[in-house]
Write a protein that binds this ligand. Structure first.
Ligand SMILES: Cc1cc2nc3c(=O)[nH]c(=O)nc-3n(C[C@H](O)[C@H](O)[C@H](O)COP(=O)(O)O)c2cc1C
Length: 178
């Protein structure tokens, strides 16, 4: 894989918020999850858990807990990513910043979004209100809701980015210390 391939993939990926009725194939879903599994994590503790939700009622219920927007229409698969803080005990080393367990989970989300793009599957990060989503999934206290990830075949005619996809200039987002 070249740098150009990577840039092409990063450019191709953008948030898709409209999904069609074609179901996401099991093999495709498994490939996306497998990409999430390969992500880097603090002390390699792999604190993520992927709750894969196809059940329409449960999906609708969880979408009620989304902060911005609702993606219940269409047959996308909804993945709720939680972080199991108990996995911190897997390492002998101290995790100085426990937030890094959640950061690890976000790395997994990006891996899954990029994997989805390679297969022309649309994806969108879905911010969730922790409390209600936690309750719906009946999670243990040390399992933190990180985010939702909507995945599915794009709705016909909605293949373009549904919102601004531009980025600011690099100069404005970097400082060189020489
Ligand atoms: C932490 C985070 C939270 C986000 N939450 C939502 C969300 O709740 N609903 C939504 O429609 N998009 C959400 N997004 C997607 C952003 O709106 C989107 O990435 C941004 O507008 C840039 O567009 P692009 O993904 O098409 O490049 C989120 C993205 C991130 C990284």
């Amino acid at each position: 894989m070249t740098y150009a391939d990577l840039i092409a993939l990063l450019t191709k990926r953008r948030s898709v918020r409209y999904f069609g009725t074609k179901a996401l194939e099991k093999e495709t879903l498994e490939k996306i999850l497998a990409a999430g599994r390969l992500s880097p994590s603090i002390e390699n503790i792999q604190p993520w858990h992927f709750h894969v939700i196809r059940n329409p009622q449960l999906k609708a219920q969880l979408m009620e807990t989304s902060c911005y927007g609702n993606f219940v229409v269409g047959s996308g698969v909804f993945i709720v990513v939680s972080c199991d803080r108990a996995t911190g005990s897997k390492t002998q080393n101290t995790i100085w910043n426990p937030c890094e367990m959640e950061y690890s989970c976000t790395a997994a989300i990006l891996s899954m979004m990029l994997a989805a793009s390679t297969m022309d599957i649309g994806s969108c990060w879905v911010s969730l209100h922790h409390g209600p989503a936690h309750e719906i999934l009946k999670l243990k206290e040390n399992q933190m809701i990180v985010a939702g990830l909507m995945l599915g075949h794009m709705k016909l005619g909605e293949e373009e980015a549904s919102r601004e996809h531009q980025r600011g200039p690099l100069e404005g987002m970097m400082t060189m210390y020489e």
